[in-house]
Design a protein around this ligand. Structure first.
Ligand code: CA
Length: 218
């Protein structure tokens, strides 16, 4: 999993990074709020709330406003008010310093289980130069990994569950955005456009006029 580790205490950050790498995660580190907000999309953000340049709660809100990436807030303050604020600001869970790796790992697993509950039954799919590894949540184009947001990945995975078959827009909205509101159709179109451009070949995702989309099967 790709993890963005936002922590201004270098010693804590290095210890966490080492431990998370040992658990097989890929780590990007940020030491300030601005670095955190400028970072590439990841699967999980571990967000220290005590940052030097901005309030961590604001950073949390901003990250949440942009995407529904999994966020675990990390704080040195255990007060209940902080916890509530943290959860209202969009964090999926909370750990209080000092915490052990066993606790953090358990929280990460729980959060990812919740946020990935639409996980993909198919382990992998390949067509042309496109390769989707659903277990690792990785997408490769011509052997190079493409960084997708969580929604982009889920959209691609929803199409890859029925390669060659038209999937209706309503079904995609239901599976990826969990909504039946047709006002979200624009969001779907925007995600399809950005996926097509990231996959560098617009023929992978075909438009089925008046119906929805289809992933090329061969
Ligand atoms: Ca701090």
């Amino acid at each position: 999993m790709r993890v963005l580790l936002v922590e201004d205490d270098i010693r804590v950050a290095i210890a966490l990074e080492t431990a998370l790498r040992q658990h097989g995660h890929e780590i990007t580190r940020a030491t300030t709020a601005s670095e955190a907000l400028a970072a590439a999309p990841v699967d999980l953000v571990l967000l220290d709330l005590g940052l030097p340049d901005r309030d961590g709660i604001e950073v949390c809100r901003e990250l949440r406003a942009r995407s529904d990436v999994a966020i675990i807030a990390v704080t040195a303050r255990a007060e209940e008010r902080e916890r509530v604020l943290g959860l209202r600001s969009g964090a999926d869970d909370y750990v209080v310093k000092p915490f052990g790796m066993a606790e953090l790992t358990a929280r990460i697993e729980a959060v990812m289980r919740r946020t990935m509950r639409t996980a993909i039954p198919q382990p992998s799919f390949r067509v042309g130069g496109l390769e989707i590894d659903a277990d690792a949540r990785r997408v490769m184009v011509s052997g190079r990994e493409v960084a997708l947001t969580r929604k982009e990945f889920e959209l691609l995975a929803a199409l890859a569950r029925r390669p060659g078959h038209a999937v209706t827009r309503e079904q995609l909205l239901a599976e990826v955005w969990r909504t039946t509101w047709r006002g979200s159709l624009h969001t779907l179109e925007v995600h399809v456009a950005s996926l097509r451009s990231k996959l560098q070949d617009s023929s992978y995702i075909q438009t089925v006029r008046g119906v929805g989309y289809r992933l090329r099967a061969q």
